[in-house]
Design a protein around this ligand. Sequence first.
Ligand code: MN
Length: 199
Amino acid sequence: MAFTQDPLPFPKDALESHGMKQETLEFHYGKHHAGYYTNLNKLVEGTELENASLEEVIHKSFGDSSKTGIFNNAAQVWNHTFFWNCLSPNGGGSPTGELAAKIDAAFGSLDKFKEEFSAAAATQFGSGWAWLVDDGGTLKITKTPNAENPLVHGQKPLLTLDVWEHAYYLDYQNARPAFIKNFLDNLVNWDFVAQNLAS
Ligand code: MN
């Protein structure tokens, strides 16, 4: 059973006025993310992981030096699907309810959260991801290199930002901080983050 790419949760041009071009999504969703599916399906074909769920593939390949390629492609498939859902044409603003309370409890305020999340995203050297996670009931900010994600550390991902250069180069060239600021101000889908917290 091959893994198949879900459609984006919004049209490719829906974020144009929110700081993410259609062209970015044509490459990022249509080439990069699609490519991880193609590679993953080739790599698991005929192996014991062929019929496993994506999460099982991630857990069973992590840290196994004979399965590095499988892990990298499986995790990148998962991370990007999660990332698309963290974006919304109605994004930005502030979280409410339980999520807002938990952010205040963990970081002091939404502004403090944004500062810490931005610092994590800006200082991930090279390719990787910044995350807001639920770690045993406490919200934490983490960053991971390359394809790694919080699932392999037993944490529940709530929010992510892709800080691979391919995520922002067409919109912001080398200015990763401008991409991060735009994400937090204009794109972040707090409803999705709240759903993850409640799940
Ligand atoms: Mn990416």
